[in-house]
Ligand binder design. Structure first.
Ligand code: TEU
Length: 565
């Protein structure tokens, strides 16, 4: 089992992965049935989006019982079997730790709202007077609760009250819950909006000119104290399941896999979270290239990044993580990141940066070549390995995501003229695109379900699906497998330095990875134009999406990995 720096992560959105019982909702037994597929793909770590009991206001990111499995997804026995099955195949399994907020149906909140002197009152954030903070999912971040006449804070939906991390009892409950899962043998956590845990105790209004800028909630005054406490109390006492075989205290090889969702964390702050001397988290993933999606963006979408802008983001983060310091601490040590192009909060990478209508195979594999040769542990989002795309949604009723539905209420219901603009934008950026069911075959239900799927299935499942790609030689899936295999065998692709060799080129992404005398160069043409191969680069092509012996000019969306002499 490789350590987390040498791993490839695969994100599963359980609701949409595989449905074993025909109720239209993916489940744990569905995942179990696909473990061989995942092992064959060659990934090392499975990250499961939340599987816990939840009323599903935000598809499981609103947890009502952290130690119970959502009945729609199965039972604890199913979970134990899934974990054992993953470990048998050498796969690590990590869970989603959603502890900035719980569901309002969690027993802590049910108690908390009962009275001002309830023992659980202080598990949440209650105020008589409020500031102007806004919720991620539209409207004010404070909700008046009639019972006690006070407001509670919810930075996300009303049904997602923020937990009060100032309260040491609450923190101990969370740590105990983490131990519950780690004692079962899970290999770590992806930590939801972790930079939000510590709130500014003065609860100031938004600064001038930054109304609704939700990044101000990140990096609160006690965040690093809390994460260091979590590390000391919980994380350092466990290893991945490999620790069972490798004696001694946890080290790089066996340390738990921890990934902070770094919303609001800038490159220059990153090593405060992941610097090796900080004893907080192993990895972070940033939002600098995520689709900006504040409410007004559904009417006024942000322009897409140019390739030079996108490349600059990656150069900036690589440089920052390799510098052993960060704002306010000159001894953090270097840090590590999780790199991704898509996840359950973003549209499909192929629709966003590729050209699925004209160059489906070529653009999906070109983007994969870049992602899987970057520095940082790559995360593949389910379905990207077959080139799934955004789904055409024709009316607001076809969307499920609370963010889109709430924004529609605020923006379009009072201004029906905006409906078309809104739908056009949502068809580009909505989170639902990533959440349509996994396309296993061209059967009805896409091989995902025999029942009625909970969310629309992309009509292109008839020709973009796993079964077809397993049968063909030239498929996105086959290429992903070869690419993952190459990465696994090549230490320079894990540990090598990253250097952008043509930062200003509008269509080519060309970078080197150098380690211990070996130098690999990725050359990717992210356009439909034929472009001369960069003169300065020579060597042997070890993998290419136009064949491993391709040479000469770069064809449309051609990518090659080159070992230089
Ligand atoms: O996301 C938090 C986050 O900051 C954004 O991804 C945001 O929710 C989205 O882009 C809307 O602007 C995490 C989860 O990944 C997301 O699925 C949850 O909805 C959210 O936290 C609340 O738990």
């Amino acid at each position: 089992m490789p350590n987390y720096k040498e791993s490839v992560i695969y994100q599963i959105y359980p609701r949409s992965f595989a449905d074993s019982d025909g109720d239209g909702v993916g489940d744990l037994r569905g995942i179990i049935s696909k473990l061989d597929y995942l092992a064959d793909l060659g990934v090392d770590v499975l990250w499961l989006s939340p599987i816990f009991e939840s009323p599903n206001a935000d598809n499981g990111y609103d947890i009502s019982d952290y130690e119970a499995i959502m009945p729609q997804f199965g039972t604890m026995a199913d979970f134990d079997e899934l974990l054992a099955g993953a470990h048998e195949r050498g796969l690590n399994l990590i869970l989603d730790l959603v502890v900035n907020h719980s569901s309002d149906e969690h027993r802590w909140f049910v108690e908390s709202r009962k009275s001002k002197d309830n023992p659980y009152r202080d598990y949440y954030i209650w105020r008589k007077e409020i500031n102007n903070w806004q919720s991620f999912f539209s409207g004010p971040a404070w909700k008046l609760d009639e019972q006690t006449g006070e407001y509670y804070l919810h930075l996300f939906a009303e049904k997602q009250p923020d937990l009060n991390w100032e309260n040491p009892r609450l923190r101990q409950e969370i740590y105990q819950m983490m131990r519950f899962w780690l004692d079962k043998g899970v290999d770590g956590f992806r930590m939801d909006v972790i930079p939000f845990l510590s709130k500014d105790p003065d609860f100031p209004d938004y600064p001038e000119g930054r109304f609704g800028d939700l990044t101000i909630h990140a990096n609160g005054p006690r965040i690093h104290e809390f994460l260091q406490e979590m590390h000391r109390e919980v994380l350092t006492h466990y290893t991945t399941h490999d620790g069972n075989r490798i004696a001694g205290p946890p080290d790089r090889r066996t340390a738990l896999i921890t990934i902070g969702e770094g919303f609001g964390v800038s490159a220059s702050q990153a090593n405060l979270y992941v610097g090796e001397n900080r004893h907080e988290l192993g990895m972070i993933y940033h939002f600098d290239h995520a689709v900006p999606r504040e409410e007004h963006r559904l009417i006024h979408p942000a322009p897409e990044f140019t390739l030079p802008q996108l490349k600059a983001i990656f150069s900036n983060w690589n440089a920052a993580l390799e510098t052993p310091e960060a704002e306010g601490d000159n001894q953090t040590g270097t840090g590590w990141q999780n790199v991704y192009f898509g996840n359950h909060d973003n549209p499909r990478v192929l629709s966003r940066f590729g050209d699925p209508d004209h160059f489906h195979y070529q653009s999906a594999t070109a983007l994969a070549t870049v992602l899987l040769t970057l520095r940082g542990t790559p995360g593949i989002y389910q379905g990207d390995e077959i080139g799934m795309t955004n789904c055409p949604f024709t009316s607001i009723d076809e969307f499920d995501d609370i963010q889109v539905r709430n924004a529609w209420q605020v923006l379009v219901v009072p201004n029906p003229d905006l409906a078309n603009t809104f739908l056009t934008t949502a068809n580009r950026i909505a989170r639902d695109h990533a959440r349509t069911p996994m396309q296993w075959s061209n059967a009805p239900g896409a091989g995902f379900t025999t029942g009625k799927p909970w969310l629309k299935i992309n009509p292109n499942a008839s020709y973009v699906n796993v079964a077809d790609q397993q049968a063909g030689n030239q498929s996105v899936l086959a290429y992903y497998k070869r690419l993952i295999h190459l990465r696994k065998q090549t230490p320079a692709l894990h540990h090598g330095t990253y250097r952008d060799l043509l930062p200003n080129h509008p269509d080519l992404w060309v970078f080197s990875r150098a380690w211990n005398g070996a130098v690999y160069v990725t050359v990717a043409n992210l356009s439909a134009e034929v472009i001369a191969f960069p003169e300065a680069i020579s060597g042997t092509t070890v993998l290419g999406n136009y064949g491993d012996s391709a040479s000469g000019p770069l064809q449309a969306w051609e990518a090659r990995v080159i070992k230089t002499e």
